[in-house]
Design a protein around this ligand. Structure first.
Ligand code: CP
Length: 306
């Protein structure tokens, strides 16, 4: 299939065929990361700017690693070390970056819609690396890749998302992505962290964790995003862990070969017990490895790699 997109902004704007192409390409490119020399000349001469207004470990590093494995030149800038700290706007910053003729800009921004605005302003490809509480499409793609790799399919699976749904761009992108690919999504968490109307995306809302994990093929735990909470949404971390933290006990009704996932970073002992995060069903570090493969695939497809 010819991949004709300029930007990757959200999962909504990707068709089933485009998602399949991205996952197939990522599976093929993954092998490069296992070679003694982990580099191919595919994107030689291309320039990728990584522009992060918010902290990141996994997304930023894996985009850098992905671009370098494909031989693209990379530049990394952050809000605190750029002229944004002197008050320059996103639009002015983007126009100045555009003047240097990059091929792609990877943007993480606290405002929902910032990558969409950037994509309308500039010729270069824009990849959304997380915008506010809105979308994190590359995370959803690497999550779908991980599940497809382990289960051989996405259609018909039962995916439970547990925790802070309200503040989670990962949740929104995964709900849309997994449902688009034919899976069933069940949400659970404190009522204060499940926003009104979220069921319009197609997921089923169940407030008790055991109801969501029953017969689940995949249980994905979401981080409590304290930095985005404007009010106390639960009494204490101890009580949150008791009621909503994923433990072996709360997983008892899940399928025997259930996958445990978490986008990271993890609040250990709060939303997930260490023995579950590090246990035999956990694929959390495989998600991170697949993050490199998916981001290689996106750069390859957008920048016309050969
Ligand atoms: N999953 C994720 O987006 O992690 P980072 O914030 O570390 O990039």
């Amino acid at each position: 299939m010819k991949f004709a997109k300029k930007d990757i902004l959200d999962v909504e704007s990707l068709s089933v065929e485009e998602i399949q192409t991205i996952l197939d390409t990522a599976e093929t490119l993954k092998e490069i990361s296992t070679r003694p020399i982990k580099k191919v000349p595919t994107l030689r001469g291309k320039t990728v700017i990584h522009f992060f207004y918010e902290p990141s470990t996994r997304t930023r590093t894996s985009f850098e690693v992905a671009a370098k494995r494909l031989s693209a030149d990379t530049v990394s800038i952050s809000a605190s070390t750029s002229s944004i700290a002197k008050g320059e706007t996103l639009v002015d910053t983007a126009r100045n970056l555009e003047a240097m003729n990059p091929d792609a800009i990877v943007l993480r921004h606290p405002a929902a819609g910032a990558p969409h605005m950037l994509a309308r302003l500039i010729q270069a490809s824009v990849i959304n690396a997380g915008d506010g509480m809105h979308a994190h499409p590359t995370q959803a793609l690497l999550d779908m890749m991980t599940v497809r790799e382990k289960k051989g399919r996405l259609a018909g699976l039962r995916i439970a998302l547990i925790g802070d749904i309200a503040h989670s761009r990962v949740a929104r992108s995964n709900i849309v992505g997994f449902i688009k690919m034919g899976a069933k999504v069940i949400l659970a968490g404190p009522p204060t962290m499940i926003p009104m109307g979220i069921d319009a995306l197609g997921g089923l809302v169940r407030y008790h964790v055991q109801e969501a994990t029953r017969d689940a093929d995949v249980v994905m735990v979401l981080r409590i995003q304290k930095e985005r909470q404007e009010a106390f949404l639960f009494p204490s971390e101890r009580e949150y862990a008791q009621c909503y933290g994923l433990t072996e006990e709360k997983l008892a009704g899940a399928k025997e070969d259930v996958l445990i996932m978490h986008p990271g970073p993890i609040n250990r002992g709060i939303e997930i017990a260490p023995e579950v995060a590090d246990g035999p069903y956990s694929v959390i570090l495989e998600q991170v490895a697949n993050g490199v493969a998916v981001r290689m695939a996106l750069l390859y497809l957008l920048l016309g790699g050969r």
